[in-house]
Write a protein that binds this ligand. Sequence first.
Ligand code: ZN
Ligand code: ZN
Length: 429
Amino acid sequence: MNHSKTLRCLVLLVLAPLAAWAADPAKWAEDHVDQLVPIYQHLHANPELSLHEVETARLVAKELRAAGAAVTTGIGGHGLVGVLENGDGKRLLIRTDLDALPIVEETGLPYASRVRTENPEGDGTVGVMHACGHDLHMTNLIGVARYLAENRDRWRGTILLVGQPAEERVLGAKAMLDDGLYERFGKPDFALALHVAAELPAGTIAHRAGFSSAASDVVDIVVRGAGGHGARPHTTKDPIVQAAQLILALQTIVSRQIDPVEPAVVTVGAIHGGTKHNIIPDTCELKLTVRTYSEAVRDQIHEAIAQRAAGIAESMGAPPPEVRATRQVDAVFNEPALVERLVPVFRREVGETRVIEVPPSMTSEDFGVFGRGGVPIFMFGLGTATAERFKLRDGSCSLHTPRYQPEVRPALVAGIAAMSAAALELLAP
Ligand code: ZN
Ligand code: ZN
């Protein structure tokens, strides 16, 4: 061995642990976050509504391609999938959502959205804002793709990087699966996703085994009566009074009819009837959201709503109401074995105290659809709040508000570290 060879060996010996350290997901995320922040800010400033994610999908596709993935677009609408292949092994799906909300942003940030668009639900224009953090989810996925593409020696198998449209309308996951996502790209052995948790400290990871978010259904009720002069109620069948009775009766479904240990919500979110003080209208419309975990409870609630609506109409001698229930999305069930396997990985990667178990929530999410055909799924939370901002109670630490403002850098670092480390664990050579 000549002198220069010895020197090279020595250098390699010294650098080898350093190289391993530099390829550690948390370290990599720290080192590369500054390159990702401009992508985040661009996505934030250019949001698109559900089913209109044209430019967003284009950008995510471009970035995944640049990272080395083979990208297919136009799956279930504006959905896309980037495939990273690295020999034989398991198949892991990682999902981001793409869409934003019809909200006029009020954060005052230099990269705040000024986008206005046609209101898809009615007349005029609406603002558009990433008020649910999907911009952070996309940037996270791009970071994870770059990390995994650069560190192929650390994993084996296939990674499906999925950009899903229309999450806010709980349509996109189903649309992608119905468009043959699993038939065309292979059924995954696991599916992972993260979602920002606005009320948790930035950089924390939140997990829940089992049910984590609820099934969501909508019910539209048209209460029917017979209108007339407001001063001659005895000649009418007042649908407003009927609707008022029905709203209160609906509140006894959960409190009196459902097993108290079963989570369930019945909310009347909208009521529309009448035009003027002294006119009793013919009809009154109610819009409900129903949230449940158990399928049996779900059926029980739908039956109870129809029963109460019909019963109250009958008791008032009014025509039967129209009750239209639409099942929107099933509950998300995080596979306990998968959660158990990944929580220690998160602890190691982002720190023991920054990984927290959280209670289940009655909000909804269509990520559960990726569990179709028995695919074990796990969606975890990513904290984005700062202590100072949290104290303000101004909506900057709440999702779906015009003032939602995530703490971007620490959230991105933790999100990329946790998701990449999870991929390394599940696809270990
Ligand atoms: Zn969301
Ligand atoms: Zn949302």
